[in-house]
Design a protein around this ligand. Structure first.
Ligand code: V47
Ligand code: SF4
Length: 385
């Protein structure tokens, strides 16, 4: 017997939980999901169902385009005054012989290494060193801008900024303005972890709290800067905490429209104080990316950070709502290799990134930090520099 389309949709709607069906209708009508609906998706949404909805949202927004940028990182130090339990990267000041502390010239040498190469962004992020202060970083930004004015300077998590501003005895707005005047253009999304105090208290009690993180980003947005937002998932948090986190970001985005993208970061368990926790499965990663795409309706871009997920899982996320793979990186970050990622020396050429995206039927597009399109790479492009 042949089953016509009408019968199939009837079968489908009988099989689906009524509330999930209602969510699918809301997504189709571009209606915002409530926090309860977000939690329900985590509790009951099957992978295929979530993927279909997330793809629907992403395709409407991006028409198969997947963004990447050409960037490199500077990690000034891994010495840190804080003691986040999930961190495999940091060393306390008294153990600094076991870590690294780059001087001004060493960091400028990293910038000079890219002279003549078509990178558009430097991402500066590291531990919170008690002796690297606001003045030091303003000097660094000024010198990078003098050397290469067109390079976009994205730097410093809200955790680093909170410490820098407090030490300089400045308000957030005053401190941010100083960095902006020195050349800082946007903020990365790190330090957000999970905002809810019940979880934050257990995993990173001593650094800026959720409200403080949001306030720093709101201040940057009000000064005309853009920023990213992350969420560290897959440790002790519950579904409710994930949705609470996303909801707070969604609310701030309604107010300021200053976030460029949302980046879920998977907890990796090597060599840290939470190593006893198992990492979540790739299946759960994909569900989370899909739900993020469905729930975060005012975030245009959803990024899978491939050095943390591994390039194959990152490629899979492209079928679950992701439209951005970050950048070429060129082996300039250690945060995830030290936490046990399969990417021990993360670096992808533009050609490799484009191949990875083409292989799943998507359209690779190079972007700048603010998501202005630079170039689409077609399958038959002979050379990709
Ligand atoms: O805040 C630390 C995370 C973040 C672990 O904005 C860990 O474009 C997993 O935020 N397992 C810093 N995650 C990095 C970051 C980032 C990365 C890439 C792009 C952007 C962007 C921002 O790394 C920290 C923390 O959430 N992290 N340790 C770990 N063991
Ligand atoms: Fe320091 Fe950041 Fe590591 Fe926390 S996650 S210990 S703030 S480097």
């Amino acid at each position: 017997m042949t089953v016509n389309k009408l019968q199939l949709s009837e079968v489908f709607s009988q099989h689906l939980d009524k509330n999930l069906l209602r969510i699918a209708e809301k997504v189709q009508n571009s209606e915002r999901l409530s926090e309860e609906e977000g939690v329900l998706l985590f509790e009951k949404g099957e992978l295929g169902f979530l993927g279909t909805l997330a793809n629907y949202v992403a395709d409407n927004l991006h028409h198969g385009k997947v963004y990447f940028n050409r960037n490199f990182h500077i990690e000034p130090t891994n010495v840190c005054v804080f003691t986040c339990n999930f961190c495999s990267y940091s060393r306390l000041y008294k153990q600094r012989d076991d870590g690294w502390e780059l001087g001004m010239e060493q960091m400028l040498d990293i910038v000079r290494k890219y002279d003549g190469q078509p990178v558009t962004e430097v991402h500066i992020v590291g531990g919170v060193h008690p002796k690297m202060n606001l003045e030091f970083f303003c000097e660094l930004l000024t010198k990078i801008k003098q050397h290469r004015p067109e390079l976009h300077l994205k730097g410093f998590t809200a955790v680093e900024l909170d410490y820098m501003f407090r030490k300089a005895k400045l308000t957030t707005a005053e401190g941010m303005q100083k960095l902006k005047d020195a050349g800082l253009q946007s903020l990365p999304g790190g330090g957000a972890e999970i905002f809810h105090p019940d979880v934050r208290q257990e995993i990173c009690a001593d650094k800026v709290d959720g409200d403080g993180w949001l306030d720093i980003h709101a201040t940057a947005h009000r000064l005309g800067m853009h920023s990213n937002a992350t969420m560290l998932y897959g440790h002790i948090e519950k579904y409710e905490h994930r949705i609470d986190h996303m909801s707070r970001l969604r609310n701030l985005q309604d107010e300021t429209k200053g976030f460029n993208c949302f980046i879920p970061l998977k907890f990796r368990n090597m060599d840290n104080d939470m190593s006893h926790l198992k990492e979540v499965s790739i299946f759960e990663d994909l569900r989370l990316y899909a739900i993020s795409r469905i729930f975060m309706d005012n975030f245009k871009n959803l990024k899978a950070y491939w050095p943390m997920l591994g390039r194959q899982t990152a490629q899979l996320t492209l079928a679950f709502g992701v439209n951005d793979l970050d950048g070429t990186i060129d082996d300039t970050t250690k945060i995830y290799s030290m936490a046990g990622s399969e990417e021990q020396n993360p670096s992808l050429s533009t050609e490799e990134l484009c191949d990875l995206i083409h292989a799943v039927g998507r359209r690779p597009v190079e972007r700048d930090t603010l998501y202005n399109e630079i170039k689409e790479y077609k399958l038959d492009d002979a050379t990709v520099a």
